[in-house]
Design a protein around this ligand. Structure first.
Ligand code: HEC
Length: 276
C-alpha cells in the first residue's frame, strides 16, 4: 500500500515538474507560475488545508455513493454501531471519516487533525463549541470556508462546509431517533469538516505527508471493514475487490478505492500542488 501511494505521489511530482519544464521550454512563464514547481517549495497552511479538503470531498462522496449507496442496493448494510461484535455492517460516511481521523492520530507521523461537527448534530460530542461554533454560525450565512488560529490549542484551523449532497443525508438525519433537527433539506450545510495543523506553512514533503496520511487512513478504515466482514453470516461474507456496482455483494479493495480517488482528485490536487 505504502509503495503504491508513494508511487502516485512520485508520479504526480514527476508529472508536475515535467509540465512546468515543458511549459517553460515552450514559452516564458510569468514569474509566479515558473516558480510554482513543486519540490522545494512551501505552502501556506491554508493552501495545504484546501488541498486535503478537496481530497476528502472526493473520497467521502465516492464512499457515500459507490460504497454505501450502491452497496445497500446489493445487500450490504451500514450502521453507526458497525464496530460492535454482533453488528454485520459497514461504517456510515461520518464514521468512515472518523476512522481516517483516528488512524492519522494513532500513527502519529503527521500532526494533522480532522473532525466532523455540526450545530445540530446527531451525536452530542459532534457539537461545535467556542470559536468553531462562532465561525460555523458565520458559515451558515456565507457558505464559505473559515480559517483561524486556535490560541488555546495552538493549532492552525480550517473549517469547510459539509453539504447535504444526497437524499440519504437528509432522510437519515431527519429520521434518526437522537437527532436535534428534523427539517434538513437537500443542499443544507449539515456540518463542517474541521482540520488542524500546528504550523502556519508546510514544505512540499510535509504536504505530501498530509495527503498520504489521509489516504493511508482511508485504506486502513476500509481494511478494518473488510476484516470485520469476514465474520458476516446473514448475507454471507462479501467478495473483496471491485465496487458493488460492478461486482454486486462486494467491498472494493483499498487499492481499488484509492485508485478511483486518485483518478477523481488527481487534477485538482495537482493544480493545488502547482498553485495554478
Ligand atoms: C444512514 C444514516 C446516515 C446517512 C445516510 C448520513 N449520515 Fe451523517 N451521521 C449519521 C449518524 C448516525 C451520525 C453520528 C455518528 C457518530 O458520530 O457517532 C452522523 C454524523 C454526521 C455529521 C456530524 C454531526 C452529527 O450529526 O453528529 C455530519 C456533519 C453528517 N453526518 C453529515 C452527513 C452528510 C452530509 C451525509 C450525506 C453525504 C450524511 N451525513 C449521511 C447518519 C447518517
Amino acid at each position: 500500500m505504502q509503495t503504491k501511494h508513494a508511487k502516485f505521489i512520485i508520479t504526480s511530482v514527476i508529472y508536475a515538474v515535467m509540465m512546468v519544464a515543458l511549459l517553460q521550454a515552450c514559452a516564458p512563464l510569468p514569474e509566479e507560475t515558473s516558480e510554482a514547481a513543486a519540490p522545494g517549495k512551501s505552502y501556506s497552511i491554508n493552501e495545504a488545508f484546501e488541498i486535503v479538503a478537496k481530497e476528502n470531498d472526493v473520497a467521502r462522496t465516492l464512499y457515500t455513493k459507490a460504497i454505501v449507496g450502491a452497496g445497500k442496493k446489493n445487500g450490504l448494510k451500514f450502521h453507526e454501531d458497525w464496530e460492535k461484535d454482533e453488528m454485520e455492517a459497514g461504517p456510515l460516511p461520518a464514521l468512515f471519516l472518523r476512522g481516517i481521523a483516528g488512524d492519522i492520530r494513532k500513527k502519529g507521523e503527521v500532526p494533522l487533525g480532522l473532525y466532523l461537527g455540526s450545530d445540530f448534530p446527531i451525536r452530542k460530542s459532534n457539537k461545535f463549541t467556542g470559536k468553531q461554533a462562532e465561525l460555523f454560525a458565520e458559515m451558515r450565512k456565507d457558505s464559505l470556508p473559515k480559517f483561524f488560529y486556535d490560541e488555546e490549542a495552538q493549532l492552525y484551523t480550517a473549517m469547510f462546509p459539509d453539504f447535504a449532497s444526497a437524499a440519504p443525508c437528509v432522510n437519515c438525519h431527519n429520521d434518526h431517533p437522537e437527532t436535534m433537527k428534523t427539517d434538513w433539506v437537500l443542499g443544507d450545510i449539515q456540518g463542517a469538516t474541521t482540520w488542524t495543523y500546528p504550523s502556519d506553512s508546510v514544505s512540499f514533503e510535509e504536504l505530501q505527508g498530509m495527503i498520504m496520511a489521509y489516504r493511508d487512513g482511508a485504506a486502513a478504515t476500509l481494511d478494518t471493514y473488510i476484516g470485520k466482514s469476514k465474520s458476516f453470516t446473514e448475507g454471507g461474507v462479501p467478495a473483496v475487490g471491485e465496487f458493488p456496482a460492478k461486482a454486486g455483494y462486494s467491498i472494493p479493495a483499498p487499492e481499488v478505492f484509492l485508485d478511483s480517488v486518485n483518478e477523481l482528485a488527481a487534477e485538482q490536487t495537482l493544480k493545488g500542488i502547482l498553485k495554478i
